[in-house]
Write a protein that binds this ligand. Structure first.
Ligand code: FE
Length: 178
């Protein structure tokens, strides 16, 4: 949780910026206890798959979330309209279209335009990855035919429904929005 800063212990040239911040600037954000915090923040996506919002940016059209998977096998196939940055925190996963396996400690860049099929291998029962997703995930069949999509706005709707269901209230999603 938030610890108050001991400003008396800060000396020398450790002086805060003295001028006002620019007009119109968006408020900063800090999220605590991302992995082992309040379980109510983990919205179920489907059996054994959850998403915990970190930052839902409706102006930039991107979202940052933690994906947690506690089952193995095929998760989904999707095409990206924008860039994706991933940092694997626990477990491992792979794309059927690539010969690498992303494991804890890995960073992965997913370029706009790529279509890939996400799989958690059989020997992994607990995967957590931080994803920053720009634009949309367009879900497709193996031939590229569209079967749905997700973007920051569909994520917000799903988090709203989940937060309402667990008693936090739908508008709790605003905590994560900029
Ligand atoms: Fe992807």
């Amino acid at each position: 949780m938030n610890k108050p800063v001991d400003f008396g212990a800060i000396k020398g040239d450790c002086v805060p910026y003295q001028k006002p911040q620019p007009w119109g600037m968006t408020p900063d954000m800090i999220q605590y206890d991302l992995i082992d915090g309040d379980e109510r923040l983990w919205a179920p996506i489907s059996e054994g798959i959850w998403s915990r919002p970190i930052h839902l940016n409706v102006t930039g059209g991107f979202y940052v979330h933690l994906l947690r998977v506690r089952r193995s096998g095929l998760l989904q196939r999707h095409r990206h309209s924008g860039q994706v940055h991933a940092y694997v925190i626990r477990g491992k996963w792979l794309y059927l279209e690539h010969d690498w396996v992303a494991r804890a400690g890995c960073y992965v860049f997913e370029p706009p335009g790529e279509t890939h099929t996400l799989v958690v291998p059989d020997d992994c029962t607990d995967m957590v990855t931080l994803f920053t997703v720009h634009g949309a995930l367009m879900y497709v069949d193996p031939q590229g035919n569209s079967t749905g999509y997700d973007d920051v706005f569909t994520r917000i709707e799903k988090y709203r429904a989940h937060f309402e269901a667990v008693g936090l209230g739908a508008d709790y999603v605003r905590e994560f929005m900029r």
